[in-house]
Write a protein that binds this ligand. Structure first.
Ligand code: ACO
Length: 401
């Protein structure tokens, strides 16, 4: 049944579904998710296989264009991105205007929006070629902006990257290269980062992706849609959970490491505390990304020779929760954010940058969803409501109120 016939059949009936728990907002050929079985696939490829065998740029190409790239296609994509990796010098004045204490997600969202002024040709695009150009521009400039947000907080001079490096290596260099010191590549660090970005690259119609699609549906343009997506991701119930998890684990450690006490708090309906990094709207089983990240966290910490007591608290907490009736009954399992922060910390990434790392990974997913929406010429997103306010009332003069 097509959508026009359906509208005819329902005759204008409005369904009410707070949180869109049972509402499909679009058809999509990008990401397959089975929350009951814990399956995640990008364009038909399992997340486990992609995390093990692919690199992030290959996965980005796969998500955006639908197929794994040939060597020539990947080379062209990489070169096109590198040619666009400069950011207008005037953008730095905007960065300078932020206080050092500004949250990097707010800075990143603002800078992404500001990019529109410096790239007016990328605002609204509907030809495939114009779309490609806008996509390459944002894939190139986004890591630069993300690295700027971190260096700003640390009062470090900006780093201009090195186009002889791979996409992820260059991101790492722009974030971490020390002034006046040769940048040294660490394969363990780059591989771990690559894997984390792949695992975050898409997740069908979550809050930020739906935001990107709905903003894009008004033809506001790719960069504006992405800026809105970044703001949606920032919240602690979504991408911001990775920062919240580490802060929670730290607090538990400071409080003596009593995990049972915090499990009890999470179960208490009078207490606003929730076990951050637990539960998911769609997964009613293990989040397959969490499984990969847990293993990776253990490996990375081992390889880098880091002992982080917070990993033990995380393991203890999830062990207790997984055996507790409250969590079992509600099918609450660790999600992607439960262990990712532990790796980010081991890689030297500051806590307030965790959600920026998520945004860097999610970028190709947002782009692919925006492109699909525009290519399918989807109509503007405009849900209805059930009005619950007053009936018609007469205006009262201010003296009579
Ligand atoms: N701790 C304690 N109880 C929880 C938790 C939690 N983390 N998550 C859900 N519950 C309980 C709810 O209180 C509710 O209980 P009830 O049926 O007795 O009222 C039940 O489980 C269902 O939870 P809802 O909030 O209705 O589920 P919803 O699908 O709306 O929310 C969400 C999903 C936002 C992820 C939620 O589980 C949560 O707040 N988790 C913590 C934050 C988090 O980790 N977010 C990251 C999600 S993954 C991502 O975006 C990348």
């Amino acid at each position: 049944i097509d959508i026009k016939t359906l509208r005819g059949v329902t005759g204008g009936v409005t369904t009410i579904d707070p949180g869109f728990k049972n509402t499909g907002s679009c058809e999509s050929a990008i990401t397959f998710l089975d929350g009951e079985k814990g399956i995640l696939r990008y364009r038909g490829y399992s997340i486990e296989e992609l995390a093990e065998k692919a690199d992030f740029l290959e996965v980005a190409y796969l998500l955006i264009f639908g197929e794994l790239p040939t060597a020539e296609q990947l080379d062209k994509f990489d070169k096109d991105i590198k040619e666009e990796s400069h950011v207008d010098e005037d953008m730095k004045k905007i960065l300078d205007g932020f206080p050092k204490s500004a949250h990097p997600m707010g800075v990143l969202s603002s800078l992404t929006s500001a990019l529109i002024a410096f790239n007016p040709g990328s605002v609204d695009v509907d030809s495939e070629e114009a779309m490609y150009n806008a996509i390459v521009k944002i894939m190139a400039k986004f890591p630069v902006l993300a690295a700027w947000t971190m260096r700003k907080r640390k009062s470090l001079p900006l780093d201009y990257g090195d186009n002889s490096l791979s996409y992820v290596e260059n991101l790492h260099k722009m974030m971490f290269a020390k002034p006046n010191k040769a940048y040294e590549l660490n394969k363990i660090v780059i591989d771990a980062l690559d894997k984390l970005l792949i695992l975050h690259a898409d997740h069908e119609q979550n809050c930020s992706t739906s935001t990107v699609r709905i903003v894009g549906s008004s033809h506001a343009g790719l960069f504006a849609s992405l800026s809105a997506g970044i703001s949606a991701l920032w919240g602690p119930l979504h991408g911001g959970a990775n920062q919240a998890v580490i802060e929670m684990l730290e607090a538990i450690k400071e409080d003596g490491g009593d995990t049972a006490k915090y499990i009890q708090k999470a179960k208490d309906k009078e207490d606003p505390f929730r076990l951050m990094g637990f539960g998911h709207r769609v997964y009613k089983n293990f989040d397959p990304r969490a499984k990969i990240i847990k293993k990776s966290a253990e490996e990375v910490l081992g390889d880098l020779g880091i002992e982080d007591p917070v990993l033990d608290i995380a393991k203890g907490l999830s062990q207790v929760a997984l055996e507790d009736e409250y969590f079992v009954k509600r099918k609450l399992y660790p999600n992607v954010d439960f262990y990712s922060g532990i790796i980010y910390r081991a890689l030297g990434i500051p806590t307030e940058m965790f959600t920026v790392m998520f945004a860097l990974g999610r970028l190709p997913g947002w782009i692919s969803q925006w492109r699909e929406m525009r290519l399918r010429k989807e109509p503007i997103g405009r849900p209805r409501q059930i009005y619950t306010g007053e009936n018609l009332r007469s205006f009262k003069d201010i003296a009579d109120r």
